[in-house]
Design a protein around this ligand. Structure first.
Ligand SMILES: Nc1nc2c(ncn2[C@@H]2O[C@H](COP(=O)(O)OP(=O)(O)OP(=O)(O)O)[C@@H](O)[C@H]2O)c(=O)[nH]1
Ligand SMILES: [Mg+2]
Length: 315
């Protein structure tokens, strides 16, 4: 199979049929073999019924229905598990991403050998204050911390080599950082393509302003995980040891000073320096223990299931 299109969605009933017809038209005119996997993440409208109707008419349409809303990352994860095409394309369900981009994205992955090609909504049709500016800032921070040079990390339209999606673990709200996850997993041939962006036609936005706060916190997590996630002791252990040595050295000096150098001086416990040294040693020890605990947790973490599927169609 050439292409798997993975479409996570939440309450997008008005768009689905139009979107699928458009994708099918593009696929047929380019003679691609394909599948379209819709992941309904606990929609409360008629999205799932629409997917059922589409899948009854065409075997290209596959559906996964979650028991309840688990989030976009979980939906992508479920879609990636099932995808079989040589190239996997993700897109939003709200008709903001243009299926006409698919052939060129496919070409970039297959013929130019990219692991991941991300869409770049260069010209956006969103409000400046609530979307464009925060998004610029967010992308700048993501570029700086991750070293992945993309203008638009969070674009829903992306193309991947099959191998890439099978080797990354998208969880929490990490869908914003898939290019970073991909780079950390060893797929660093990442590029971007300017894509057309349309204003939302039906329905309403699913992400509010809290996306930016959560987004920045996730960025810190991902930075930490990519550097120290597999070896927490290296960060906490070294911090701990350094602090302990400084504190201990200082306390030792105070002791020697009192015993041999300045015997008639103040008592050690009357000197503020002593308490600074003491807390430094205690905090250092704490850091060290945190490192140990981190290593233990790392080794004992069970495989957890992060979402449950209620129904599947055409698999
Ligand atoms: N699986 C899943 N998909 C979601 C969830 N929230 C949003 N989506 C889908 O993710 C895509 C992007 O969401 P949008 O609300 O369009 O976000 P946006 O494009 O940044 O915002 P708008 O410009 O208002 O459209 C759409 O296809 C949604 O249906 C969710 O909780 N789970
Ligand atoms: Mg949208």
């Amino acid at each position: 199979m050439n292409i798997s299109v993975v479409i996570p969605l939440l309450n997008e009933q008005e768009s689905l049929k139009e979107l699928y017809d458009w994708i099918a038209k593009v696929m047929q005119s380019n003679h691609f073999s394909y599948e379209v996997i819709f992941i309904d993440d606990g929609s409360t409208d008629n999205s799932w019924e629409t997917i059922e109707q589409l899948s009854a008419k065409s075997k290209h349409v596959k559906g996964i229905k979650f028991l309840k809303n688990f989030g976009k990352s979980q939906a992508l994860h479920a879609g990636f598990e099932k995808a079989q095409g040589d190239v996997v394309i993700t897109m939003d369900a709200d008709l903001q991403d243009n299926p006409d981009e698919i052939p060129e994205l496919y070409n970039m992955v297959i013929n130019q050998g990219y692991d991941l090609v991300s869409g770049w909504k260069k010209k956006r049709y969103d409000s400046i204050l609530s979307k464009n500016l925060p998004s610029k800032l967010f992308n700048w921070a993501a570029r700086k911390t991750s070293g992945v040079k993309l203008h638009d990390f969070n674009c829903g339209l992306k193309a991947y080599k099959l191998e890439v999606v099978k080797n990354i673990d998208v969880n929490g709200e990490m869908h914003r950082y898939i290019p970073v996850l991909s780079k950390n997993a060893g797929f660093a041939k990442i590029s971007e393509k300017v894509v057309l962006h349309q204003a939302r036609k039906y329905g309403e936005t699913k992400f509010g302003m809290d996306r930016f706060i959560n987004g920045f916190l996730d960025l810190i997590t991902i930075w930490f995980l990519s550097r120290f996630g597999k070896r927490p002791m290296h960060l906490f252990g070294s911090l701990g040891v350094i602090m302990f040595i400084i504190g201990f050295g200082f306390a030792l000096y105070l002791g020697i000073d009192k015993l041999f150098l300045n015997t008639s001086g103040r008592l050690i416990t009357e000197r503020p320096q002593f308490f600074i040294a003491l807390s430094t040693m205690i905090i250092g020890t704490q850091f060290f223990v945190a490192g140990f605990l981190g290593e233990i947790i790392l080794r004992s973490k069970p495989e957890r299931k992060r979402y449950s599927i209620k129904e599947e169609l055409n698999f």
